[in-house]
Design a protein around this ligand. Structure first.
Ligand SMILES: [Zn+2]
Ligand SMILES: [Zn+2]
Length: 88
């Protein structure tokens, strides 16, 4: 299911040019094809995995949302701490 979503997203939003691969959704430019899947899955696909805020009980299904929660609610917290909390 995630693979299908990822492929679909790539078809619609990733453009290949001499400069590399451009994500139309967020404007990120990627130099290598193998970076695309990681980028798309991490930034644009809801994987159903849950990410928990290390500083409160806030739970989100995307890393992006939990990052934005942390930057607003706990600006003193290091975002990288969130990487450790993935449980799916
Ligand atoms: Zn993107
Ligand atoms: Zn929090």
């Amino acid at each position: 299911m995630i693979e299908e979503q990822t492929e679909d997203f790539k078809r619609r939003n990733i453009v290949h040019s001499d400069l590399g691969f451009l994500c139309l959704e967020c404007g990120t430019r990627l130099g290598h094809y193998h970076s695309i899947r990681n980028h798309v899955v991490e930034r644009h696909i809801d994987t159903g995995a849950s990410f928990r805020c290390p500083n409160c009980h806030h739970i989100s299904n995307t890393k992006r949302k939990i990052r934005s929660h942390i930057s607003k609610a706990h600006p003193q917290l290091r975002i990288t701490d969130v990487e450790l909390l993935r449980d799916g």
